[in-house]
Design a protein. Structure first.
Ligand code: DPP
Ligand code: ZN
Length: 887
């Protein structure tokens, strides 16, 4: 397999200016005719024309209407003799959509045709210069059987429809915006649409459409509302209008990703699109809102300005994740709900990106090399990339960032550019800012992999009333990277008096004006070590550092229980308040794991948690997050020689003690947070449901352990009577996670009630795959479920629901001392690889952190990885991952 390197980038030898595509759609054999206008890139030396193509049947090649000689080299079609002047190239080929189980290129799903071209799927449709810096204007003609495929969609505007012989029909689309091939899309299927006309601020009219299968129409209201809100938000916050008359969204149930931002024709995994109160949870509603927004926002950040090459992926993904996070916060409206969004985002970053940054697949936000680009749609590129964009905003301010965005579009609209171009635009729009004066150092965030550790030590001098904060950063080596340089770390902070008062933050050398009355400010650490001296500090303060998680680093501030309790009680920064709750729990769990002694939660911790739960002013959504224990994966990241069973035992013990000690409080919390009135997925209602469901799970756990049947009975009742999926699933998972006796009959009832709704059955599998492990019961159940008639590896959502749930989200069920989990993993990776390499590659990633495991896990994991690597015909996707794991 070829290693592709960023430093080897060369501009294309030819430009493709226009493409005229013609599809005669047939599931078994689709005929594709492509007519292109090409032009030599004057800036680049001579060379043959090279086109990418995979799994295609080539029928003919014409240049200016004449046949030409050509050859193939691997997956490339090479034409040596091409005119110097502009010319037309016509290619005719076939492909086989119904055999395309990789879901990349043109494939069939549920009897319709769909495409997925990012990153390199277009070459599985026809021969092309399938790289994002080749941008062309597309005209697409589709012909298909009208009865089976009544809806024919492609990018842009509909030019023409016509009836043809033999029950076929035709549609012709034209997209006026030049675009890279990865943004091409086509849909031919039996679908219906929810439609909405809107008039935007600028006074233009637009048609929004959400296409789904017939029975799903009533589940599209939330997606449509989310789309409208996204259009309004992008115009208001960034002055970015909708540039198309028609904006289409289509749902498909076989899809590798969440969704795809094809120009004017977004294609969505149904799991990221369809929701009704009866079938989707609050978390689903929230996820749909953010993914609809994400794909819509790509229309500017990704489509109008795209990536020069795939190493720049974070240019569009980091930026667009940042934008969808900001959107979700703005939609959440209240400060507390905003903080809840931020906490959830950081939780996700720590659970997925931190381990990635420390493991075998660690790579910079802008990677330097890859074998298979599909393997680099990662938490680092997306979520750490979003944190990098957030730091720009922190350094130049919200208005400065908006100015930078404007300059970015002014300079680069219609171009394929790099992360450097983005950085330069933000810096140039903010001369003299904390960013512009250290731009080169800031850009190390794109180049250096690994999570920096930020060490902080404070010293208070009562005599001079000064507080000296010494900050130090340590950048641990990552694969192929040692001797790293200091990064630019914005540290938002406040200082609290021991009784919780916010103290003014004036630095030594500042006059009265600056900092005198601020109680929060941002320090910029850009050296390995720096000290900051605060003056006029009346008492020894408790530092609240890295507020709002102002940089993606691991903070080591050495605070003990007493100080964390002050922050938990008084910090005006809700993020750090939550963080204090997590650190109190973490310290106890890590203490137990490291000492090998059973965990006993102390009264101070339990009282603090009770105080949070009973707090008169804190929002329920916040309480639910503060009372939730840290993820096992996050805990494991704090350890070397991880014994996942020991981590699980400590977490389980903490859970049980929290359930028992606060029993009366949980009863109160459950009763006091019932939601009256109709279902709304808003932050207030969903916060109440989150807290009452947490309370219920605690009560069922406690009851099951003590042999009491009242709460399991109530949970079962609630499971049966719930008016929405959030509460129904909450009650069900309370029963299943506690291994309550009623769990099995509840599961059976749930299945029979929802057997016709694939997305709900996915939840049914996922719940069982993620169920708390107890004496191997969860693992055994998953193996049993593999044989369930509803299970299939071919549908990515279903495969993920069971297999990924176990291997990725259930460490205690997966990491078994007898290695059966790893054997299972190897089998499933190989089985999936034969069907869908992208999904198999994702599953392969589960072993990224195997070297951090203790024995006997480590040796067994290595053996399983080696078994996969030994398979001769692995996909590039899986091979790259297992080879890096073993390197
Ligand atoms: N569909 C993926 C996303 O929107 C890749 N672009 O992030
Ligand atoms: Zn994206």
């Amino acid at each position: 397999a070829n290693l592709i390197r960023r430093e080897d980038y060369v501009a294309p030898i030819f430009w493709i200016r226009t493409v005229d595509l013609c599809f005669d759609l047939d599931p078994a054999k689709t005929l594709v005719t492509s007519k292109m206008r090409l032009e030599r890139n004057a800036a680049v030396a001579h060379g043959p024309l090279r086109l990418h193509g995979e799994e295609l049947n080539l029928l003919r090649v014409l240049i200016d209407g004449e046949s030409v000689s050509f050859r193939t080299e691997g997956h490339e079609l090479v034409i040596d003799n091409v005119p110097d002047a502009d010319f037309t190239l016509e290619i005719r080929n076939t492909c086989c959509p119904e055999k395309n189980t990789s879901l990349s290129g043109l494939y069939t799903s549920g009897g319709g045709f769909f495409t997925q071209c990012e990153a390199e799927g277009f070459r599985r449709i026809t021969y092309f210069m399938d790289r994002p810096d080749v941008m062309a204007v597309y005209t697409v003609t589709m012909r298909a059987d009208k009865a089976r495929f009544p809806v024919l969609l492609s990018n842009g505007n509909l030019l023409e429809t016509a009836e043809l012989d033999n029950g076929r029909h035709l549609a012709k689309w034209h997209d006026p915006f030049p675009k890279p091939s990865y943004l091409f899309a086509l849909v031919a299927a039996d679908l219906v649409a929810r439609e909405q006309r809107i008039r935007t601020r600028s006074g233009k009219d637009h048609l929004l459409q959400v296409f789904v299968r017939r029975g799903d129409l009533e589940k599209t209201e939330h997606a449509m509302n989310s789309l409208i809100a996204s259009v309004v938000w992008d115009e208001a916050r960034f002055q970015l209008p909708l540039d198309l008359e028609r904006f289409m969204v289509v749902g498909v149930s076989d899809f590798n990703m969440g969704a795809m931002e094809n120009k004017g024709l977004n294609i969505f995994n149904t799991s990221a699109l369809l929701a009704s109160p009866a079938t989707a949870t609050d978390a689903d509603f929230q996820r749909i809102e953010s993914i609809v927004a994400h794909e819509y926002f790509h229309n500017w950040t990704g489509n109008r300005v795209t990536c020069r090459d795939w190493f720049q992926l974070s240019l569009k993904e980091g930026l667009t994740v940042f934008r969808d996070q900001e959107f979700s916060q703005d939609m959440a409206a209240t400060p507390s709900a905003r903080a809840v969004c931020r906490i959830q985002d950081v939780r996700g970053l720590r659970a997925r990106q931190f381990p990635e940054d420390a493991g075998s697949m660690a790579h910079p936000v802008r990677p330097d090399q890859y074998v298979e680009i599909n393997n680099f749609y990662t938490a680092t590129v997306y979520d750490k990339g979003a944190e990098v964009v957030r730091m720009y905003q922190t350094l130049v301010g919200r208005d400065g960032f908006a100015k930078g965005m404007s300059l970015y579009f002014e300079r680069h609209d219609g171009q394929a550019v790099t992360c450097d171009d983005f950085a330069q635009a933000i810096a140039d729009a903010n001369p003299g800012s904390a960013l512009s004066t250290r731009l080169d150092a800031f850009k190390r965030w794109y180049a250096q992999a690994g999570t920096p550790r930020l060490q902080a030590r404070g010293h208070y001098d009562a005599a001079t009333q000064t507080y000296t904060l010494a900050l130090q950063q340590v950048n641990p080596p990552a694969p192929g990277q040692d001797g790293k340089l200091p990064q630019v770390i914005p540290v938002a902070l406040g200082l609290l008096s021991p009784d919780g008062q916010a103290l003014p933050l004036m630095l030594q050398g500042e006059d009265g004006a600056a900092g005198a009355t601020d109680t929060e400010r941002v320090l910029v650490l850009d050296q390995a070590e720096q000290s900051f001296v605060f003056v006029n500090v009346p008492v020894a303060p408790v530092p609240s550092l890295l507020r709002g998680f102002s940089a993606p680093v691991v903070l080591e501030d050495g605070l003990g229980d007493a100080e964390l309790l002050v922050l938990l009680k008084h910090d005006s920064d809700a993020f750090n308040r939550w963080e204090a709750s997590q650190r109190l729990a973490l310290a106890r769990i890590l203490g137990a794991v490291r000492s090998g002694k059973p965990l006993t939660l102390d009264a101070a911790y339990l009282d603090a948690m009770r105080a949070v739960l009973r707090h008169p002013a804190l929002e329920p959504a916040f309480k639910a997050l503060a009372l939730q224990l840290p993820d096992e994966a996050y805990i494991a990241e704090q350890l070397s020689d991880v014994d996942p069973q020991a981590v699980h035992a400590a977490v389980a013990a903490a859970q049980e003690q929290l359930a028992a000690a606060l029993q009366a409080d949980w009863v109160w919390a459950y009763d006091a947070h019932q939601v009256a009135g109709g279902y709304q997925p808003d932050p207030v209602q969903s916060g109440r449901r989150a807290l009452s469901n947490l309370a219920l799970s605690m009560l069922v756990l406690q009851a099951t352990r003590s042999g009491d049947t009242v709460w399991p009975g109530r949970a079962y009742q609630r499971f049966k009577d719930a008016g929405n999926m959030t509460d129904r699933l909450g009650a069900l998972s309370a029963l299943v996670n506690a291994h309550a006796e009623l769990a099995d009959s509840a599961l059976a009832r749930f299945h029979s009630q929802f057997k016709h709704d694939a997305l709900v059955i996915d939840k049914w599998f996922a719940l069982q795959g993620r169920a708390a492990e107890q004496e191997g019961r969860t693992f055994a159940r998953v193996k049993q479920l593999l044989k369930h008639p509803d299970f299939t590896l071919k549908n990515p959502n279903r495969a993920r629901s069971l297999i990924f749930s176990l291997c990725m989200f259930n460490p205690a069920a997966f990491h078994r001392r007898d290695a059966a989990g790893y054997v299972f993993w190897a089998e499933q990776v190989l089985a999936l690889d034969a069907i869908n390499p992208q999904v198999a590659g994702r599953l392969a990633r589960v072993m990224d952190r195997w070297t951090a495991l203790a024995q006997p896990y480590r040796s067994a994991a290595r053996e399983a990885i080696a078994r996969v690597a030994a398979k001769p015909d692995l996909s590039n996707d899986v091979r790259e991952i297992v080879e890096r794991a073993l390197a």
